[in-house]
Design a protein around this ligand. Structure first.
Ligand SMILES: NC(=O)c1ccc[n+]([C@@H]2O[C@H](COP(=O)([O-])OP(=O)(O)OC[C@H]3O[C@@H](n4cnc5c(N)ncnc54)[C@H](O)[C@@H]3O)[C@@H](O)[C@H]2O)c1
Length: 433
Protein backbone atom coordinates (compact mmCIF):
# COMPACT_ATOMS: atom_id res chain seq x y z
CA UNK A 1 0.00 0.00 0.00
CA UNK A 2 1.02 3.61 -0.43
CA UNK A 3 1.19 5.27 2.96
CA UNK A 4 1.93 8.86 3.91
CA UNK A 5 2.96 9.87 7.42
CA UNK A 6 2.89 13.54 8.31
CA UNK A 7 5.16 14.38 11.23
CA UNK A 8 8.60 12.76 11.57
CA UNK A 9 8.76 12.71 15.37
CA UNK A 10 8.95 9.69 17.70
CA UNK A 11 5.60 8.37 16.50
CA UNK A 12 5.74 9.26 12.81
CA UNK A 13 9.26 7.98 12.28
CA UNK A 14 8.73 4.71 14.09
CA UNK A 15 5.31 3.84 12.70
CA UNK A 16 6.21 4.95 9.17
CA UNK A 17 9.36 2.83 9.24
CA UNK A 18 7.43 -0.18 10.55
CA UNK A 19 4.87 0.16 7.73
CA UNK A 20 7.78 0.21 5.25
CA UNK A 21 9.31 -2.83 6.96
CA UNK A 22 6.12 -4.72 6.07
CA UNK A 23 6.64 -3.93 2.39
CA UNK A 24 4.52 -0.80 2.04
CA UNK A 25 5.71 2.25 0.13
CA UNK A 26 5.95 4.95 2.80
CA UNK A 27 6.58 8.67 2.55
CA UNK A 28 7.31 10.50 5.78
CA UNK A 29 6.82 14.26 5.60
CA UNK A 30 7.78 16.97 8.08
CA UNK A 31 7.91 20.77 7.96
CA UNK A 32 11.22 20.74 9.81
CA UNK A 33 13.75 20.97 6.97
CA UNK A 34 16.78 20.22 9.15
CA UNK A 35 15.11 17.07 10.44
CA UNK A 36 14.22 15.84 6.95
CA UNK A 37 17.66 16.70 5.57
CA UNK A 38 19.34 14.75 8.35
CA UNK A 39 17.09 11.76 7.62
CA UNK A 40 17.94 12.00 3.92
CA UNK A 41 21.62 12.11 4.90
CA UNK A 42 21.16 8.97 6.98
CA UNK A 43 21.24 10.64 10.41
CA UNK A 44 18.36 9.81 12.76
CA UNK A 45 17.20 12.85 14.75
CA UNK A 46 15.90 10.86 17.73
CA UNK A 47 17.32 8.06 19.85
CA UNK A 48 15.18 4.94 19.61
CA UNK A 49 16.82 1.50 19.91
CA UNK A 50 16.75 -0.44 16.63
CA UNK A 51 15.36 2.41 14.54
CA UNK A 52 18.52 3.42 12.70
CA UNK A 53 19.24 0.10 10.92
CA UNK A 54 15.56 -0.34 10.10
CA UNK A 55 15.38 3.08 8.47
CA UNK A 56 18.63 2.46 6.58
CA UNK A 57 17.38 -0.88 5.26
CA UNK A 58 14.04 0.46 4.06
CA UNK A 59 15.58 3.55 2.49
CA UNK A 60 18.12 1.36 0.68
CA UNK A 61 15.31 -0.84 -0.58
CA UNK A 62 13.46 2.27 -1.74
CA UNK A 63 10.33 1.70 0.31
CA UNK A 64 10.90 4.63 2.67
CA UNK A 65 11.12 8.25 1.54
CA UNK A 66 11.56 11.53 3.42
CA UNK A 67 10.31 14.87 2.22
CA UNK A 68 9.15 18.33 3.25
CA UNK A 69 6.70 18.33 0.34
CA UNK A 70 3.16 17.66 1.54
CA UNK A 71 1.66 17.71 -1.94
CA UNK A 72 4.05 15.00 -3.10
CA UNK A 73 3.24 12.93 0.01
CA UNK A 74 -0.52 13.17 -0.41
CA UNK A 75 -0.39 12.57 -4.13
CA UNK A 76 1.44 9.25 -3.78
CA UNK A 77 -0.40 7.94 -0.69
CA UNK A 78 -3.88 6.48 -0.34
CA UNK A 79 -3.70 6.40 3.46
CA UNK A 80 -2.30 9.47 5.20
CA UNK A 81 -1.53 9.44 8.90
CA UNK A 82 -1.41 12.70 10.83
CA UNK A 83 1.33 12.15 13.45
CA UNK A 84 2.24 15.72 14.39
CA UNK A 85 2.64 16.93 17.96
CA UNK A 86 -0.31 17.87 20.17
CA UNK A 87 1.52 19.73 22.95
CA UNK A 88 -0.37 21.39 25.80
CA UNK A 89 -1.59 24.93 25.11
CA UNK A 90 -1.38 27.74 27.69
CA UNK A 91 -4.34 26.25 29.58
CA UNK A 92 -3.11 22.66 29.51
CA UNK A 93 -5.58 21.52 26.84
CA UNK A 94 -4.23 19.74 23.74
CA UNK A 95 -3.07 22.30 21.22
CA UNK A 96 -4.50 21.10 17.92
CA UNK A 97 -3.12 23.80 15.67
CA UNK A 98 -0.60 21.47 13.97
CA UNK A 99 -3.26 18.79 13.37
CA UNK A 100 -5.69 21.31 11.87
CA UNK A 101 -2.93 22.92 9.81
CA UNK A 102 -2.15 19.54 8.27
CA UNK A 103 -5.87 18.84 7.67
CA UNK A 104 -6.23 22.15 5.82
CA UNK A 105 -3.17 21.46 3.67
CA UNK A 106 -4.41 17.97 2.84
CA UNK A 107 -7.76 19.39 1.77
CA UNK A 108 -6.03 21.96 -0.42
CA UNK A 109 -3.63 19.53 -2.11
CA UNK A 110 -5.59 16.29 -2.61
CA UNK A 111 -6.78 15.53 -6.13
CA UNK A 112 -8.13 11.97 -5.71
CA UNK A 113 -9.81 9.88 -2.96
CA UNK A 114 -7.81 9.78 0.32
CA UNK A 115 -8.11 8.25 3.75
CA UNK A 116 -6.88 10.62 6.46
CA UNK A 117 -6.10 9.04 9.81
CA UNK A 118 -5.41 10.88 13.07
CA UNK A 119 -2.58 9.02 14.82
CA UNK A 120 -1.68 11.93 17.07
CA UNK A 121 -3.32 11.78 20.48
CA UNK A 122 -6.34 14.04 20.12
CA UNK A 123 -9.41 14.82 22.23
CA UNK A 124 -12.76 13.31 21.31
CA UNK A 125 -14.26 15.19 18.40
CA UNK A 126 -10.96 16.16 16.77
CA UNK A 127 -11.12 13.66 13.90
CA UNK A 128 -14.59 14.97 13.02
CA UNK A 129 -13.17 18.51 13.05
CA UNK A 130 -10.38 17.30 10.75
CA UNK A 131 -13.10 15.96 8.45
CA UNK A 132 -14.92 19.31 8.45
CA UNK A 133 -11.72 21.25 7.74
CA UNK A 134 -10.77 19.01 4.79
CA UNK A 135 -14.34 19.21 3.45
CA UNK A 136 -14.12 23.02 3.43
CA UNK A 137 -11.08 22.81 1.15
CA UNK A 138 -11.90 20.06 -1.36
CA UNK A 139 -14.58 18.63 -3.63
CA UNK A 140 -12.77 15.29 -3.87
CA UNK A 141 -14.03 12.30 -1.88
CA UNK A 142 -12.23 11.27 1.31
CA UNK A 143 -12.73 9.46 4.59
CA UNK A 144 -11.29 10.05 8.03
CA UNK A 145 -10.39 7.57 10.76
CA UNK A 146 -8.79 7.55 14.18
CA UNK A 147 -5.91 5.20 14.95
CA UNK A 148 -4.23 6.17 18.24
CA UNK A 149 -0.70 5.01 18.88
CA UNK A 150 0.28 3.09 22.02
CA UNK A 151 4.04 2.69 21.50
CA UNK A 152 6.46 3.37 24.36
CA UNK A 153 9.62 5.31 23.65
CA UNK A 154 12.60 3.04 24.26
CA UNK A 155 10.65 -0.01 23.08
CA UNK A 156 8.82 1.62 20.21
CA UNK A 157 9.82 -0.73 17.38
CA UNK A 158 8.68 -3.80 19.27
CA UNK A 159 5.47 -2.13 20.41
CA UNK A 160 4.77 -1.16 16.84
CA UNK A 161 5.69 -4.45 15.20
CA UNK A 162 3.90 -6.52 17.87
CA UNK A 163 1.16 -4.36 19.37
CA UNK A 164 -1.06 -5.70 22.18
CA UNK A 165 -3.94 -4.41 20.08
CA UNK A 166 -4.65 -2.00 17.27
CA UNK A 167 -7.46 0.47 17.91
CA UNK A 168 -9.28 2.01 14.99
CA UNK A 169 -12.18 4.40 14.91
CA UNK A 170 -14.07 4.59 11.62
CA UNK A 171 -17.47 5.68 10.45
CA UNK A 172 -17.41 3.56 7.31
CA UNK A 173 -16.74 -0.19 7.47
CA UNK A 174 -14.91 -0.10 4.13
CA UNK A 175 -12.29 2.20 5.63
CA UNK A 176 -11.98 -0.21 8.54
CA UNK A 177 -11.31 -3.04 6.06
CA UNK A 178 -8.53 -1.12 4.29
CA UNK A 179 -6.83 -0.18 7.56
CA UNK A 180 -7.23 -3.74 8.80
CA UNK A 181 -5.38 -4.95 5.73
CA UNK A 182 -2.55 -2.51 6.43
CA UNK A 183 -2.28 -3.72 10.03
CA UNK A 184 -2.84 -7.45 9.53
CA UNK A 185 0.91 -8.29 9.24
CA UNK A 186 1.42 -6.79 12.72
CA UNK A 187 -1.14 -8.99 14.47
CA UNK A 188 -0.37 -12.41 13.06
CA UNK A 189 -0.14 -13.91 16.57
CA UNK A 190 -3.82 -13.21 17.07
CA UNK A 191 -3.67 -9.87 18.84
CA UNK A 192 -6.91 -7.99 18.16
CA UNK A 193 -7.65 -5.19 15.74
CA UNK A 194 -10.44 -3.36 17.52
CA UNK A 195 -12.68 -1.43 15.20
CA UNK A 196 -15.00 1.02 16.87
CA UNK A 197 -16.58 4.42 16.37
CA UNK A 198 -14.25 7.39 16.11
CA UNK A 199 -15.12 9.01 19.46
CA UNK A 200 -14.49 5.78 21.39
CA UNK A 201 -11.18 5.28 19.62
CA UNK A 202 -10.03 8.79 20.52
CA UNK A 203 -11.15 8.29 24.12
CA UNK A 204 -9.43 4.87 24.39
CA UNK A 205 -6.00 6.46 24.03
CA UNK A 206 -6.61 8.98 26.83
CA UNK A 207 -8.21 6.32 29.01
CA UNK A 208 -5.17 4.05 28.62
CA UNK A 209 -2.71 6.78 29.55
CA UNK A 210 -4.94 7.94 32.39
CA UNK A 211 -5.08 4.49 33.92
CA UNK A 212 -1.33 3.89 33.56
CA UNK A 213 -0.62 7.26 35.17
CA UNK A 214 -3.02 6.27 37.95
CA UNK A 215 -1.02 3.12 38.70
CA UNK A 216 2.18 5.16 38.91
CA UNK A 217 0.67 7.79 41.19
CA UNK A 218 -0.98 5.14 43.33
CA UNK A 219 2.28 3.38 44.15
CA UNK A 220 4.12 6.67 44.57
CA UNK A 221 1.64 8.01 47.07
CA UNK A 222 1.62 4.68 48.86
CA UNK A 223 5.43 4.78 49.03
CA UNK A 224 5.23 7.91 51.17
CA UNK A 225 2.93 6.19 53.61
CA UNK A 226 5.24 3.14 53.62
CA UNK A 227 8.09 5.39 54.73
CA UNK A 228 5.98 6.76 57.55
CA UNK A 229 4.72 3.42 58.84
CA UNK A 230 7.90 1.40 58.33
CA UNK A 231 6.75 -0.78 55.41
CA UNK A 232 8.91 -1.49 52.34
CA UNK A 233 7.13 -0.33 49.19
CA UNK A 234 9.25 -2.71 47.08
CA UNK A 235 7.75 -5.65 48.96
CA UNK A 236 4.28 -4.17 48.67
CA UNK A 237 4.79 -3.62 44.95
CA UNK A 238 5.71 -7.26 44.39
CA UNK A 239 2.93 -8.33 46.71
CA UNK A 240 0.24 -6.58 44.74
CA UNK A 241 1.81 -6.83 41.27
CA UNK A 242 1.73 -10.63 41.34
CA UNK A 243 -2.05 -10.47 41.50
CA UNK A 244 -3.13 -11.03 37.89
CA UNK A 245 -5.95 -8.54 38.29
CA UNK A 246 -3.38 -5.85 39.09
CA UNK A 247 -0.24 -6.85 37.16
CA UNK A 248 3.35 -5.79 37.86
CA UNK A 249 3.75 -3.04 35.25
CA UNK A 250 3.70 0.65 36.08
CA UNK A 251 4.01 -0.05 39.79
CA UNK A 252 7.60 1.05 40.27
CA UNK A 253 7.84 3.83 42.83
CA UNK A 254 10.03 6.71 41.79
CA UNK A 255 9.97 10.36 40.92
CA UNK A 256 6.62 10.36 39.19
CA UNK A 257 5.73 10.12 35.54
CA UNK A 258 7.12 12.51 32.94
CA UNK A 259 7.64 12.48 29.20
CA UNK A 260 5.73 13.83 26.28
CA UNK A 261 2.52 11.84 26.86
CA UNK A 262 1.29 11.14 30.39
CA UNK A 263 1.50 14.69 31.80
CA UNK A 264 -0.09 16.34 28.79
CA UNK A 265 -2.67 13.63 28.14
CA UNK A 266 -3.87 13.45 31.74
CA UNK A 267 -4.03 17.23 31.78
CA UNK A 268 -5.95 17.39 28.50
CA UNK A 269 -8.42 14.73 29.61
CA UNK A 270 -9.14 16.34 32.98
CA UNK A 271 -9.66 19.67 31.25
CA UNK A 272 -12.09 18.20 28.74
CA UNK A 273 -13.91 16.61 31.67
CA UNK A 274 -14.22 19.92 33.53
CA UNK A 275 -15.46 21.61 30.36
CA UNK A 276 -18.10 18.93 29.95
CA UNK A 277 -18.99 19.24 33.64
CA UNK A 278 -18.07 15.62 34.39
CA UNK A 279 -14.88 16.20 36.41
CA UNK A 280 -12.52 13.22 36.57
CA UNK A 281 -11.60 13.61 40.21
CA UNK A 282 -9.44 10.47 40.27
CA UNK A 283 -7.22 11.85 37.52
CA UNK A 284 -7.07 15.24 39.21
CA UNK A 285 -5.72 13.45 42.28
CA UNK A 286 -3.28 11.50 40.07
CA UNK A 287 -1.82 14.76 38.81
CA UNK A 288 -1.52 16.21 42.30
CA UNK A 289 0.16 13.02 43.56
CA UNK A 290 2.60 13.16 40.65
CA UNK A 291 3.64 16.72 41.40
CA UNK A 292 3.84 15.88 45.10
CA UNK A 293 6.15 12.95 44.45
CA UNK A 294 8.85 15.08 42.87
CA UNK A 295 8.60 17.54 45.77
CA UNK A 296 8.77 14.68 48.25
CA UNK A 297 12.06 13.51 46.74
CA UNK A 298 13.49 17.01 46.59
CA UNK A 299 12.46 17.45 50.23
CA UNK A 300 14.76 14.55 51.17
CA UNK A 301 17.70 16.50 49.76
CA UNK A 302 16.63 19.73 51.48
CA UNK A 303 16.13 17.95 54.78
CA UNK A 304 19.58 16.37 54.62
CA UNK A 305 21.38 19.69 54.12
CA UNK A 306 18.92 22.04 55.81
CA UNK A 307 16.80 24.57 53.91
CA UNK A 308 19.77 26.91 53.31
CA UNK A 309 22.50 24.30 53.23
CA UNK A 310 22.58 23.73 49.48
CA UNK A 311 24.46 26.89 48.56
CA UNK A 312 27.68 26.06 46.68
CA UNK A 313 27.18 22.31 47.05
CA UNK A 314 27.98 20.32 43.92
CA UNK A 315 25.56 17.53 43.03
CA UNK A 316 26.31 14.73 40.59
CA UNK A 317 23.13 13.77 38.77
CA UNK A 318 22.72 10.50 36.90
CA UNK A 319 19.97 10.47 34.28
CA UNK A 320 18.31 13.32 32.41
CA UNK A 321 15.81 11.60 30.10
CA UNK A 322 12.33 11.06 31.52
CA UNK A 323 12.94 7.31 31.42
CA UNK A 324 15.69 4.96 30.21
CA UNK A 325 16.25 4.07 26.53
CA UNK A 326 15.13 7.44 25.22
CA UNK A 327 16.71 10.86 24.69
CA UNK A 328 13.36 12.55 25.36
CA UNK A 329 13.57 15.06 28.21
CA UNK A 330 10.07 16.54 27.88
CA UNK A 331 8.61 16.89 31.41
CA UNK A 332 11.55 14.88 32.77
CA UNK A 333 11.75 14.77 36.59
CA UNK A 334 15.45 15.67 36.27
CA UNK A 335 14.45 19.15 35.13
CA UNK A 336 12.47 19.84 38.31
CA UNK A 337 15.24 18.47 40.50
CA UNK A 338 17.90 20.53 38.68
CA UNK A 339 15.84 23.74 38.77
CA UNK A 340 15.29 23.44 42.54
CA UNK A 341 18.96 22.75 43.22
CA UNK A 342 20.04 25.71 41.10
CA UNK A 343 17.44 27.94 42.79
CA UNK A 344 18.92 27.03 46.14
CA UNK A 345 22.38 28.04 44.99
CA UNK A 346 23.80 24.57 44.34
CA UNK A 347 25.76 23.45 41.29
CA UNK A 348 24.82 20.40 39.22
CA UNK A 349 26.97 18.15 37.06
CA UNK A 350 24.94 15.66 35.04
CA UNK A 351 25.49 12.53 33.01
CA UNK A 352 23.05 10.67 30.78
CA UNK A 353 23.92 7.99 28.21
CA UNK A 354 21.91 9.60 25.39
CA UNK A 355 20.00 12.71 26.53
CA UNK A 356 22.92 15.12 27.04
CA UNK A 357 22.43 16.88 23.73
CA UNK A 358 18.73 17.55 24.29
CA UNK A 359 19.41 18.64 27.88
CA UNK A 360 22.20 20.94 26.69
CA UNK A 361 19.81 22.64 24.29
CA UNK A 362 17.38 23.36 27.13
CA UNK A 363 19.65 23.99 30.09
CA UNK A 364 22.68 25.51 28.36
CA UNK A 365 25.58 26.20 30.69
CA UNK A 366 23.42 26.43 33.80
CA UNK A 367 24.77 22.96 34.66
CA UNK A 368 27.94 21.02 33.86
CA UNK A 369 27.95 17.92 31.67
CA UNK A 370 30.17 14.93 32.38
CA UNK A 371 31.54 12.54 29.76
CA UNK A 372 30.84 9.46 31.89
CA UNK A 373 29.02 8.41 35.04
CA UNK A 374 32.19 8.29 37.14
CA UNK A 375 33.58 11.55 35.76
CA UNK A 376 30.30 13.05 36.90
CA UNK A 377 31.12 12.23 40.52
CA UNK A 378 34.55 13.82 40.89
CA UNK A 379 34.50 16.13 43.89
CA UNK A 380 30.70 16.18 44.13
CA UNK A 381 29.02 16.37 47.53
CA UNK A 382 26.41 13.72 46.73
CA UNK A 383 24.99 11.62 43.93
CA UNK A 384 21.38 11.99 42.83
CA UNK A 385 19.93 9.22 40.67
CA UNK A 386 17.00 10.34 38.54
CA UNK A 387 16.71 7.89 35.61
CA UNK A 388 17.11 4.13 35.94
CA UNK A 389 19.47 3.47 33.04
CA UNK A 390 20.84 -0.09 33.22
CA UNK A 391 24.40 1.20 33.43
CA UNK A 392 23.59 2.70 36.85
CA UNK A 393 22.32 -0.56 38.34
CA UNK A 394 25.63 -2.20 39.26
CA UNK A 395 28.22 0.55 39.61
CA UNK A 396 31.56 0.26 41.40
CA UNK A 397 30.51 1.48 44.84
CA UNK A 398 34.09 1.79 46.10
CA UNK A 399 34.83 4.10 43.22
CA UNK A 400 31.70 6.14 43.95
CA UNK A 401 32.84 6.55 47.55
CA UNK A 402 36.31 7.51 46.47
CA UNK A 403 35.10 10.15 44.01
CA UNK A 404 32.40 11.82 46.13
CA UNK A 405 33.50 14.13 48.93
CA UNK A 406 30.89 12.46 51.14
CA UNK A 407 29.24 9.05 50.55
CA UNK A 408 25.68 10.30 50.13
CA UNK A 409 23.24 9.00 47.51
CA UNK A 410 19.71 10.19 46.84
CA UNK A 411 18.18 7.44 44.71
CA UNK A 412 14.91 8.40 43.06
CA UNK A 413 14.53 4.98 41.42
CA UNK A 414 15.24 2.44 44.19
CA UNK A 415 18.14 0.87 42.32
CA UNK A 416 19.97 -0.50 45.34
CA UNK A 417 19.30 -2.45 48.54
CA UNK A 418 19.18 -0.03 51.50
CA UNK A 419 20.71 -2.61 53.87
CA UNK A 420 23.67 -3.26 51.57
CA UNK A 421 24.18 0.44 51.03
CA UNK A 422 24.43 0.92 54.78
CA UNK A 423 27.02 -1.88 54.95
CA UNK A 424 28.94 -0.22 52.12
CA UNK A 425 29.10 2.91 54.24
CA UNK A 426 26.68 5.12 52.35
CA UNK A 427 24.05 7.49 53.62
CA UNK A 428 21.38 6.26 51.26
CA UNK A 429 18.00 7.84 50.60
CA UNK A 430 15.47 6.03 48.44
CA UNK A 431 11.70 5.87 47.94
CA UNK A 432 9.22 4.22 50.27
CA UNK A 433 11.62 1.96 52.17
N1 LIG B 1 6.15 10.06 21.84
C1 LIG B 1 5.41 9.06 22.24
O1 LIG B 1 5.84 8.16 22.96
C2 LIG B 1 3.97 8.97 21.80
C3 LIG B 1 3.27 7.76 21.96
C4 LIG B 1 1.95 7.67 21.54
C5 LIG B 1 1.31 8.79 21.01
N2 LIG B 1 2.00 9.96 20.89
C6 LIG B 1 1.31 11.11 20.29
O2 LIG B 1 1.71 11.21 18.92
C7 LIG B 1 1.79 12.57 18.52
C8 LIG B 1 3.20 12.87 18.03
O3 LIG B 1 4.09 12.71 19.13
P1 LIG B 1 5.67 12.71 18.93
O4 LIG B 1 6.27 12.39 20.25
O5 LIG B 1 6.01 11.90 17.74
O6 LIG B 1 5.89 14.25 18.60
P2 LIG B 1 7.25 14.96 18.15
O7 LIG B 1 7.22 16.29 18.78
O8 LIG B 1 8.41 14.07 18.39
O9 LIG B 1 7.09 15.11 16.57
C9 LIG B 1 6.11 15.86 15.94
C10 LIG B 1 6.64 16.24 14.56
O10 LIG B 1 5.59 16.87 13.83
C11 LIG B 1 6.18 17.86 13.02
N3 LIG B 1 5.17 18.82 12.54
C12 LIG B 1 4.57 19.82 13.20
N4 LIG B 1 3.73 20.48 12.39
C13 LIG B 1 3.78 19.87 11.20
C14 LIG B 1 3.13 20.09 9.94
N5 LIG B 1 2.23 21.07 9.78
N6 LIG B 1 3.42 19.27 8.93
C15 LIG B 1 4.32 18.27 9.07
N7 LIG B 1 4.96 18.03 10.23
C16 LIG B 1 4.70 18.82 11.27
C17 LIG B 1 7.24 18.47 13.89
O11 LIG B 1 8.20 19.17 13.13
C18 LIG B 1 7.81 17.22 14.59
O12 LIG B 1 8.91 16.69 13.89
C19 LIG B 1 1.36 13.38 19.73
O13 LIG B 1 0.00 13.63 19.65
C20 LIG B 1 1.65 12.44 20.89
O14 LIG B 1 0.84 12.69 22.00
C21 LIG B 1 3.32 10.08 21.26
Amino acid sequence: MHVGVIGAGYVGLVTGTCFAEMGNDVTIMDVDETRIQSLIDGRIPIYEPGLEPMIARNVAEKRLHFTTDLEYTIERSLINFIAVGTPPDDNGAADLKYVFEVARSIGKTMTTYKIVVTKSTVPVGTTQKVKAIIAQETQHPFDVASNPEFLKEGNAIDDCMKPDRVVMGVDDVRVGEILKELYSPFVRTGKPILIMDIASSEMTKYAANGLLATKISFINELSRLCERVGADVEMVRIGIGSDQRIGPQFLFPGLGYGGSCFPKDVDALTRTAVEKEIPLTILEAVQAANKGQRQHFIRKILNHYGEHGLRDKLFALWGLSFKPRTDDIREAPALDVIRTLLDKGARVRAFDPVAMENAGRLLGDSIEYAVGNYECLEGADALIIVTEWNVFRYPDFDKIKELLTEPVIFDGRNLYEPKKMLERGFTYYCIGR
